[in-house]
Design a protein around this ligand. Structure first.
Ligand code: AP5
Length: 214
């Protein structure tokens, strides 16, 4: 099963993709995570993407399409995948359709998370992650079970994303409204788009998505 999670920055795509991938036994493909890994490793791609991401703008389509095309060919995607953060432009969506068609595959569900802008800012400004394994948390909505200790790996150091600053978040929201929102009519026309109430709690959002994909 191949699923796309759509939604603005901070809507909860990564949070939901992580759990869904485990429940459905499919791969989670987060382009944001892939780019951050490339930046950390200092690869050519990472060097190209770093400043663009820090500004909150979108990395060029050709780079992103190549990255996802290579990733989808890997064996852990044989039983399907959940895309978190891709596609983000109509051009990326068209390339994805072509890519999948060539493999005899398709997107089965496009699920959009609807969240008010004020809540997005609150979610982004309270977000942090384990410095060792990357597990995501929130100061108010998803604290580690033992304060100061990662639930997954037990590490005690946490980090915040550089692009979560107030200025960059504004640019990211603008990029979403200008470049990603046109994906709604794109997938609506294909009859693939379903929306869920992303303002609900994390478990409730998960239940809504599971009801759609089952
Ligand atoms: P990316 O990493 O994809 O960032 P994003 O889309 O801005 O999304 P976020 O990761 O900020 O939010 P999310 O929706 O995953 O929310 P989360 O689950 O963390 O991209 C970063 C950058 O990379 C882009 O700006 C761009 O430069 C580049 N890029 C990536 N893909 C690209 C592409 N395809 N093309 C071009 N450029 C690309 O949740 C947020 C917080 O809220 C968490 O703390 C969480 O615990 C909490 N939370 C989640 N759900 C709930 C809930 N229901 N209730 C309360 N709290 C919740």
């Amino acid at each position: 099963m191949n699923i796309i999670l759509l939604g603005p920055p901070g809507a909860g795509k990564g949070t939901q993709a992580e759990e869904l991938a485990k429940k459905l036994g499919v791969a989670k493909l987060s382009t944001g995570d892939m780019l951050r890994a490339a930046v950390k490793e200092g690869t050519e791609l990472g060097k190209k993407a770093q400043d663009i991401m820090t500004r909150g703008e979108l990395v060029p389509d050709d780079i992103m399409v190549r990255m996802i095309c290579e990733r989808i060919q890997q064996p852990d995607c044989d039983d399907g995948f959940i895309l978190d953060g891709f596609p983000r432009t109509v051009s990326q969506a068209e390339s994805l359709d072509e890519m999948l068609q060539a493999e005899g595959q398709k997107i089965d569900h496009v699920v959009a998370l609807e969240v008010d802008e004020d809540a997005l800012i609150e979610r982004i400004s309270g977000r942090f992650a384990c410095a060792k394994c990357g597990a995501g948390y929130h100061e108010k909505f998803k604290q580690p079970k033992v304060p100061g200790k990662c639930d997954v790996c037990g590490a005690e150091e946490f980090i915040r994303r550089k692009d979560d600053s107030a200025d960059t978040v504004r640019t990211r929201l603008k990029a979403y409204n200008d470049q990603t929102a046109p994906l709604f009519p794109y997938y609506q026309d294909k009859g693939a788009l379903k929306t869920v109430d992303g303002m609900a709690g994390i478990d409730e959002v998960q239940n809504q998505i599971m009801a759609i994909v089952h």
